[in-house]
Design a protein around this ligand. Structure first.
Ligand SMILES: Cc1cc2nc3c(=O)[nH]c(=O)nc-3n(C[C@H](O)[C@H](O)[C@H](O)COP(=O)(O)OP(=O)(O)OC[C@H]3O[C@@H](n4cnc5c(N)ncnc54)[C@H](O)[C@@H]3O)c2cc1C
Length: 399
């Protein structure tokens, strides 16, 4: 197993670094580096810019318009995006439903949806969780009854991230209530503008509208929008979840936060000097940096192992990346909170949304607490960390 970068990798890094420097709009970069919320247009415009360059879907094969990068190149891409402060391309289309379409979709579905995902024309959201069906996803109750060439869907999804902007939702629905719970589920692609579909906001602890409830009231979905076979949706759902976990370590995001905490600590007054003079604070920073380095090496090992495999199947060891990655995203957000101290307390929603000037000083501290609160969700989404530990115990340790 070779974990060193080759001269070709270094040249690749230089190429994408130069492109990002030249093309990432400064205003967007400032928002990311200062933990401000991106607007719908920020997210969509960045996706479209990358789409034109052919870089919006780093993991896609060239056949469907991907750049054909190796796993190492994709890792370098993620690291460089984190370093410069590039927004993340939303995973729902590119890395969640697209791999399912490629593996299980029919030709018509692939030809219709994949190019629109790549270009950013369609915004997708994920309709898996329901009230009472999160970790125990297979207990989901949204019903789907077939009427000739349509399904009629009734029920509710919840926590649907950015569903308020979405054009399409991929949904798990129950098509056979009599079957064993994993065996009666189907995977549907639903147009968000279909009559009977309603989106209601859930405002989270950081004061933002990012998540939603989605209600289905006799929503008619063409049977041609079903992926694969009826009642086999659980197989496709599990495949998607494996892919979701592998993209969740986000080392670049945590590194960016630690770098920001260090920069700020060098100018935040503390005693007769600045916070950075405090050896206990520097020890805390060093401890997070050591853990981040270990996570990065683990990610490289998982990448090296999966590159050596013929077929790409999600590796249960990606659960380690999810657990450590989310813990470090939270720890690095906590470091920033420690730097800001009580200055982080005021909640100024208009300022966070870029709709007005800050009402309190220092301005940089106002984004820190919402960012810390929002980071709580990373150990819950994509299968909570407790569930990841169960997966590791069973699939990796054989317990
Ligand atoms: C900000 C945010 C965004 C989200 N976005 C989406 C989205 O876009 N689409 C979507 O479909 N879902 C989304 N989710 C939902 C997310 O996937 C679920 O919240 C998650 O699966 C946990 O389910 P739950 O909330 O029902 O908690 P529960 O399943 O009720 O779990 C509660 C607690 O019990 C623990 N627990 C449960 N079962 C076990 C077990 N067997 N062993 C050990 N511990 C266990 C859990 O780890 C957790 O700590 C989002 C959630 C959040 C917070």
């Amino acid at each position: 197993m070779d974990l060193d970068y080759t001269p070709a990798d270094d040249a690749f890094r230089a190429e994408i670094r130069a492109w990002l420097e030249a093309n990432l709009p400064q205003a967007m970069r400032d928002k990311v580096l200062n933990h401000k919320r991106l607007s719908r247009d920020d997210i969509a415009n960045w996706h479209m810019l990358l789409g034109k360059k052919g870089w919006s879907a780093p993991a896609w094969p060239a056949e469907w318009g991907g750049p054909g990068w190796t796993e190492t190149q994709r890792h370098i891409w993620d690291a460089e995006c984190g370093r410069i402060g590039a927004p993340m391309v939303l995973p729902f289309g590119v890395s969640m439903v697209a791999p399912v379409l490629m593996k299980y979709g029919n030709e018509a579905q692939k030809r219709r949806y994949l190019p629109r995902i790549l270009s950013g024309e369609d915004w997708w959201c994920q309709g898996y969780s329901e009230p009472g069906s999160g970790s125990d996803l297979a207990s989901l109750r949204t019903r789907s009854v077939r009427e000739v060439d349509h399904y009629v869907v009734n029920g509710q999804k919840t926590w649907t991230t950015l569903g308020q902007h979405a054009d399409m939702i991929f949904c798990l629905v129950r098509t056979d209530p009599e079957a064993k719970k994993q065996e009666g589920i189907s995977f549907l692609l639903i147009d968000m503008k279909t009559p009977g579909l309603t989106v209601r906001p859930i405002i989270t602890i950081d004061g933002h509208h990012e998540t939603n409830e989605v209600f289905f009231d006799n929503v008619r979905v063409p049977v041609t929008n079903r992926i694969g076979e009826e009642n086999k949706g659980w197989d496709y759902a599990k495949y998607l979840l494996g892919n979701e976990r592998s993209g969740i370590a986000r080392v670049g995001v945590s590194k960016m936060r630690v770098r920001h905490a260090k920069d700020l600590a060098k100018r935040v007054p503390c005693g007769d000097g600045v916070l950075w003079d405090d050896p206990r604070f520097r020890e805390r920073v060093a401890a997070v940096e050591v853990e981040l380095k270990a996570l990065e090496m683990t990610q490289m090992r998982v990448i090296a192992e999966s590159s050596a495999q013929e077929s790409h199947v999600p590796d249960p060891k990606t659960s380690i990346l999810k657990i450590k990655g989310s813990e470090l995203q939270q720890l690095s957000a906590e470091l920033l909170l420690e730097v800001a101290g009580p200055d982080a307390l005021p909640l100024d929603i208009d300022f966070l949304r870029g709709l007005g000037d800050a009402v309190r000083e220092p301005e940089w501290a106002l984004t820190i607490a919402p960012n810390h609160y929002f980071a709580r969700h990373v150990s819950i989404v994509g299968g909570s960390n407790e569930i990841q530990k169960n997966i590791l115990a069973k699939s990796v340790l054989g317990l």
